[in-house]
Design a protein around this ligand. Structure first.
Ligand code: PHE
Ligand code: FE
Length: 296
């Protein structure tokens, strides 16, 4: 089914106007998927599963196997939910696409992960400007099988509801945290740096770039530093932040953020590619190929 999702409004965000889809939870229209749709899933799934051996976090790879996502056909959300509910109590709900912030946070706070039901077209295997089923399902869902990461995502949702009540600056700080952990995070494992961010694991090019290119910075996780750091939405990241463990991530984000937001409101943001004296640098990027402007 080459669906045109129902756009119901546009919302002004730090990325400019983005389309927002109907907020309703929808049943996955499984019988509507075409053979082309299933083929896109099979191609991307096989490609990333192979590429990520030795690149993705061991936790991600173990969780991916434990979920038993079908390799050849688009998985059914209800089948995955059996494994997910048993493991961590999370469940997937189908949606048309991006949700308004508060709706998104509310789902996470209740251990519901919204998954876009439609999949990209064959000519979009390598790049898509908005999340589709492959990004949402392959990228985000495996780690919801991990108890600590599962708790982090729920805490993030609750924190989002709270930040929404505080104001736009708080939301910007919190969104940067999501970007540099959930979407583009790296983790230090015994054998070396590994990927856990969903935006990376669902992208062939960035899976290689983030670990093997000399261009980007790779810097140790630091909560307030991340909350101040702008990011890229149109190119690979200039900087990746590295956690030591999911426990570190969970513990570092446990404190009340309200005083942190208040303090950070007085400080300037940090450009996406900048390295500070206080950074714990794993790799200082050469900056090769970076565009001078365009950080959001
Ligand atoms: N501790 C944060 C707060 O008080 C909530 C949060 C937890 C945010 C985990 C992000 C991740 O706002
Ligand atoms: Fe995502």
């Amino acid at each position: 089914m080459n669906a045109t999702p129902k756009r119901v409004e546009h919302q002004l965000t730090d990325k400019g106007y983005v389309p927002v889809y109907t907020t309703a939870v929808v049943e996955q229209p499984y019988d509507g998927y075409s053979e082309t749709d299933h083929g896109v899933w099979a191609t991307l799934f096989a490609r990333q599963r192979e590429l990520l051996v030795g690149r993705a976090s061991g936790e991600f790879l173990r969780a991916l196997e434990a979920m038993r996502m079908s390799a050849d056909r688009i998985p059914r959300f209800e089948d995955l939910n059996v494994h997910l509910r048993r493991a961590t109590g999370w469940e997937l709900v189908g949606v048309e696409g991006l949700l308004p912030e508060l709706t998104f946070f509310d789902h996470l706070a209740h251990r519901r992960f919204p998954v876009t039901w439609w999949i990209r077209k064959p000519e979009q295997l390598d790049y898509l400007s908005e999340p589709d089923l492959f990004h949402d399902l392959f990228g985000h869902v495996p780690l919801l099988m991990n108890p600590v990461f599962a708790d982090y995502m729920q805490a993030y949702g609750r924190g989002g509801v709270k930040a929404h009540g505080i104001g736009q600056d708080a939301l910007v700080n919190l969104t940067r945290l999501y970007w540099y952990t959930v979407e583009f995070g790296l983790i230090r494992e015994a054998e070396g740096l590994r990927i856990y961010g969903s935006g990376i694991v669902s992208s062939k090019g960035e899976s290689i770039h983030c670990l093997e290119s000399d261009a980007p910075n790779r810097i140790g996780f630091d909560l307030e530093r991340i909350m101040r750091t702008r990011y890229r939405i149109d190119t690979y990241q200039k900087t990746y932040f590295v956690i030591d463990s999911f426990e570190q991530l969970f513990e570092a984000t446990r404190p009340d953020f309200a005083p942190i937001y208040a303090r950070l409101a007085q400080l300037p943001s940090i450009p996406a590619g900048e390295v500070l004296d206080s950074d714990r640098v794993f790799h200082r990027g050469t900056g090769e190929g970076w565009l001078a402007d365009g950080d959001v």
